[in-house]
Design a protein around this ligand. Structure first.
Ligand code: ATP
Ligand code: MG
Length: 257
């Protein structure tokens, strides 16, 4: 069975129900599972303590070297380990790494204006396979390795799609909203053209922009199924496991129509 790559939004981590982690453990009994996580709110909280104001451009964090230090401490440090503990509490074996381990995510500066934001250029999934073969769910913090050996901040949605591409699995974005919304309704399916229009007219904004772009990229790269769904919804992972996914679905058929 195809692996499932589950991106857990930083927006959800502190409030996800324990069943979410338990259900991922159950999913892992039937297929390989890889977790990628974000860390937006926790990073903002740490930045606030240092009187650094968060700055975003099209949903991507402008990352100076001072910001990068905080991103790495929080994302690859406290938050990554907190997630591993959540799995551990449910007796699910998980091991936390960053995109620097085993040169998993090699990246280049995306745009000088954004500072130390990385664009993934190469994925070396051997560290993922090593963990999976040893029975651990890899829990990946999206800090990449730059061309000069520097740490780069990679948007977690972008990192997840690159990892899903390299493993050939389904991609699930678990976030803090029930899917892509328009006028307070969830769009159950989203085509490429519609998504672009909704970004243009501002219906899709902030952190939903890189997520939808990552989903479109996933479909264009041949990933069969991509979902944006609500991590807070009870049973959402089990529903996916039984082909009853909720939220917004992106699939080749719809995107090409
Ligand atoms: N059309 C839209 N439908 C749904 N959410 C939207 C839309 N436009 C903007 N958003 C915002 O996008 C947010 C989700 O993206 P966000 O980046 O904040 O979360 P995340 O990716 O799950 O977390 P993190 O970036 O920390 O990993 C929602 O909470 C919502 O405020
Ligand atoms: Mg986000």
């Amino acid at each position: 069975m195809k692996p499932a790559i589950i991106k857990i939004g930083g927006s959800t981590i502190s409030q996800l129900p324990s069943t979410f982690y338990r259900d991922i453990g159950e999913l892992y009994e039937t297929r390989q599972v890889v977790v990628v996580h974000g860390g937006g709110p926790a990073i903002n909280e740490s930045l606030a303590k240092q009187q650094i104001k968060p700055d975003f451009h099209q949903g991507l964090r402008v990352t100076s070297s001072a910001v990068m230090k905080v991103v790495e401490e929080v994302l690859a440090g406290s938050l990554n380990k907190a997630l591993v503990r959540h799995f551990s509490d449910q007796n699910v074996k998980a091991a936390g790494i960053s995109g620097q381990d085993g040169q998993l995510l090699k990246a280049r500066i995306l745009n000088e204006k954004l500072g130390l934001v990385g664009d993934v250029k190469e994925v070396n999934p051997s560290v993922i396979h090593a963990l999976l073969n040893a029975g651990f769910i890899p829990v990946i913090a999206p800090v990449g390795l730059g061309e000069h050996g520097e740490a780069l901040n990679i948007n977690a949605d972008h990192a997840a799609v690159h990892i899903a591409k390299s493993l050939g699995g389904d991609l699930i974005f678990a976030t803090d909203v029930p899917g892509v919304m328009k006028h307070n309704h969830v769009l159950t399916h989203l085509s490429h053209d519609e998504a672009k229009d909704l970004i243009k007219d501002g219906t899709i904004s902030g952190g939903m922009i890189p997520k939808v772009e990552a989903a479109l990229h996933a479909v264009q790269s041949g990933i069969e199924q991509t979902f944006i769904l609500n991590g807070f919804e009870t049973g959402v992972i089990t529903a996916y496991q039984h082909n009853r996914s909720t939220g917004t679905t992106f699939s080749k058929k719809v995107v090409q129509s």
